[in-house]
Ligand binder design. Structure first.
Ligand SMILES: NC(=O)c1ccc[n+]([C@@H]2O[C@H](COP(=O)([O-])OP(=O)(O)OC[C@H]3O[C@@H](n4cnc5c(N)ncnc54)[C@H](O)[C@@H]3O)[C@@H](O)[C@H]2O)c1
Ligand SMILES: O=C/C=C/C=C(\O)C(=O)O
Length: 484
C-alpha cells in the first residue's frame, strides 16, 4: 500500500522522491510505503492552510464550522471499516478495541467539540466610566489561525482527532504531522475531513520524521500560529524552543510515570481488574497507563498474586482473544523497553512475573512482543521507578501510611494522572486532591468525559485540552470596549 501526504485537497508524493517503510509490528514485515514530505511540501501545506483562512472557511461562524465537525463525524462512522483496517494495520490492536473505542470515540470527539463551540459564551459588562457615563464591554472569539498538530504513535485516530476536532470547530486550519509509525489513519483522514468541511486546505497532512524532518520543518514555519503536541517530554522541549521564535502558543500533552494507590480497604476485584487494564492495555503504550502501584502493606502479597494471575490473561501474540497483548509499535521501542527488563534486576527489583521476550511461533515470530512484567522490592530511586518506560510493566511497592504514600506518589517530575483505590470515599476525595496531577481517578481508570479538562502538570505538559479548555487554546479573544 502507498501512503501519501495530503495537501490542499489532494494526495501527493514528496518532491524529493523519498519514502520509508510502514511495518506490521506483529510480524516486522513491510506492509506499505510512506511518501515523505520534504521541506517544500511542508511549506505548501502551511501555505494551503493559510490561504484557506482567507477563503469562505475563514469567514464561517462557529455554528457553521460546528456543522462541518458533525459532517466529519458522520463520515468517520460511514467509513468505519476503512478506519478499522488502517488502525489495526498500523498498531495491531485488538479489533474490538478499535471498533468499540477508537472509532466511536473519534466521531464523538468531533460532535462534542461542535456542541461545545456552539454554546461557548462570551463576556459582556456595563462598566462605569470616570466621567459618570458607562461603557459596554464584550468579547469576540476568533480562530487562532494555522495550527500545527504533531501527533504520537499510540492512539493514531483518537489523539489526532482530539486536536483536529476543536481546531476545526473553532474555525482554524490544520497541518498534521502524524507519527512515522502510524501513517495510515492520518492519510485516510484527508479525504474524510475534506468531505466534511467541503473546503480544500483546511486539513493537511505531512508525513515524515521529527528532527530535521517534517516535524521540525512544520514547527519552525513562521506561518504556523500555534502548535499542539502530544508525545515525549524531550520532544516537547525541542518543539518549545522552535515555538519561541515568533512567540507562538503551545499546548503540550507529554509523558508520565503514573502512580496508583491501593488502600487495604479497597475492593480488590475492582482494583485488580482496573489496574491490570491500566498496566497492560495497548501493551502499556497508553500515556495514562500505571507504571507504579503502591499497596497498603496488609494486602500487599494478596494484591501482587492477583495482579500476576491477571497478567496471565494478557497473552503476547495476536490471538483474537479480548485481552491479547499485542506487539509494541516498533523494533526500536521494543529495544528501549527490553533495556529496562535486565536493568530492573541489576538495580535490585525482583521480577515477579514476565521480564523477557515471549516465545512466539508462526507468522508472528518477527513481531515486537514483550512479556507482561511486574516488579516488586523496588527501591524508590531505581531507574524503573523514575523513567517512563511505555511498556506492559509496572513496579509494585508496599506502604504503611497515607502521608507516606502521598509523598511517594508525588515524588516524580511528571504529573499526568493517578488513581486511588479505597472504599473509604472521604479518604478517596482527600488523597485524590493531594495528587499533583492533571487527572486523578478514584476506584476507576481511563473513565473520561470529553468535555472535561485533560492534561498534565510538571514534565507531563502545558495547558489542558477537552471541552472549553480546547476552545480556549484554539481561539484568540478580542475585548471590545464601546463608550456609550
Ligand atoms: N499526555 C498525553 O496526553 C499523552 C498521550 C499520548 C502519548 N503521550 C506520550 O507520548 C509518548 C509516546 O509517543 P511518541 O513516542 O510518538 O512520542 P515522540 O515524542 O517520539 O513523537 C511524537 C511526534 O513528534 C514528532 N517529533 C519527534 N521529534 C520532533 C522534533 N524535534 N520536532 C518536531 N516533531 C518531532 C514525531 O515524529 C511524532 O510525530 C510517551 O511519552 C507518552 O506518554 C502523552
Ligand atoms: O495515551 C493516551 C490516550 C489518551 C486518550 C484520551 O484521553 C481519550 O480518548 O480520552
Amino acid at each position: 500500500m502507498t501512503i501519501l501526504n495530503f495537501i490542499d485537497g489532494s494526495y501527493r508524493e514528496g518532491s524529493e522522491g523519498k519514502s520509508f517503510s510502514n511495518v506490521n509490528p506483529a510480524t516486522g514485515a513491510e506492509i506499505g510505503v510512506v511518501h515523505e514530505a520534504s521541506q517544500a511540501e511542508v511549506e505548501d501545506a502551511v501555505e494551503a492552510a493559510k490561504a484557506a483562512l482567507t477563503g469562505p472557511w475563514g469567514k464561517m461562524t462557529t455554528a457553521r464550522t460546528g456543522q462541518a465537525d458533525h459532517r466529519v463525524a458522520t463520515e468517520i462512522e460511514r467509513r468505519a471499516d476503512d478506519f478499522l483496517a488502517a488502525e489495526v494495520a498500523d498498531t495491531v490492536k485488538p479489533r474490538h478495541v478499535v471498533s468499540h473505542i477508537d472509532i466511536p470515540r473519534g466521531a464523538a470527539n468531533f460532535r462534542m467539540f461542535a456542541d461545545v463551540v456552539s454554546t461557548m459564551p462570551g463576556e459582556s459588562f456595563n462598566t462605569p466610566t470616570p466621567d459618570g457615563g458607562q461603557a459596554f464591554i464584550y468579547t469576540v472569539s476568533k480562530p487562532k489561525g494555522v495550527d500545527a498538530a504533531v501527533c504520537p504513535r499510540n492512539f493514531p485516530l483518537l489523539l489526532m482527532i482530539w486536536k483536529v476536532g476543536p481546531e476545526l470547530a473553532c474555525g482554524n486550519t490544520a497541518v498534521v504531522k502524524p507519527s512515522e509509525e502510524i501513517a495510515r489513519t492520518a492519510a485516510l483522514l484527508g479525504d474524510v475531513i475534506d468531505a466534511g468541511v467541503n473546503h480544500h486546505g483546511v486539513f493537511n497532512v505531512a508525513q515524515r520524521f521529527g528532527p530535521a524532518s517534517a516535524g521540525e520543518f512544520l514547527t519552525s514555519n513562521p506561518d504556523v500560529d500555534a502548535i499542539t503536541f502530544t508525545g515525549e517530554t524531550g520532544t516537547g522541549q525541542a518543539i518549545m524552543q522552535k515555538a519561541a521564535t515568533g512567540v507562538r502558543d503551545i499546548s503540550f500533552e507529554l509523558g508520565g510515570k503514573n502512580p496508583a494507590i491501593v488502600f487495604a480497604d479497597a475492593d480488590l476485584d475492582k482494583a485488580v481488574e482496573g489496574l491490570s487494564r491500566s498496566v497492560f492495555l495497548n501493551t502499556g503504550q497508553v500515556c495514562l497507563g500505571t507504571e507504579r502501584v503502591y499497596v497498603e502493606r496488609p494486602i500487599f502479597d494478596a494484591f501482587v498474586a492477583r495482579m500476576a494471575a491477571a497478567a496471565q490473561d494478557f497473552k503476547p501474540g495476536v490471538t483474537g482473544d479480548r485481552a491479547y497483548l499485542g506487539p509494541l509499535i516498533s523494533a526500536e521501542h521494543r529495544e528501549k523497553v527490553l533495556a529496562y527488563y535486565p536493568r530492573a534486576v541489576e538495580d535490585g527489583p525482583t521480577v515477579f512475573t514476565g521480564g523477557g521476550v515471549p516465545e512466539i511461533s508462526g507468522a508472528e515470530t518477527g513481531g515486537f512482543f514483550v512479556e507482561p512484567t511486574l516488579w516488586i522490592d523496588v527501591a524508590h530511586g531505581d531507574t524503573v521507578m523514575r523513567e517512563e518506560i511505555f511498556g506492559p510493566c509496572c513496579d509494585i511497592l508496599p506502604f504503611d501510611s497515607e502521608d507516606e504514600v502521598i509523598a511517594l506518589a508525588n515524588d516524580t517530575v511528571y504529573g499526568l494522572c493517578a488513581s486511588v483505590w479505597t472504599e473509604n470515599l472521604s479518604r478517596g476525595h482527600r488523597v485524590a486532591a493531594a495528587m499533583e496531577v492533571g487527572v486523578c481517578w478514584v476506584n476507576s481508570w481511563f473513565l473520561r468525559d470529553l468535555r472535561t479538562a485533560f492534561g498534565g502538570s510538571g514534565h507531563s505538559g502545558i495547558g489542558r485540552e477537552g471541552g472549553v479548555h480546547s476552545l480556549e487554546f484554539y481561539t484568540e479573544i478580542t475585548n471590545i470596549c464601546v463608550k456609550l
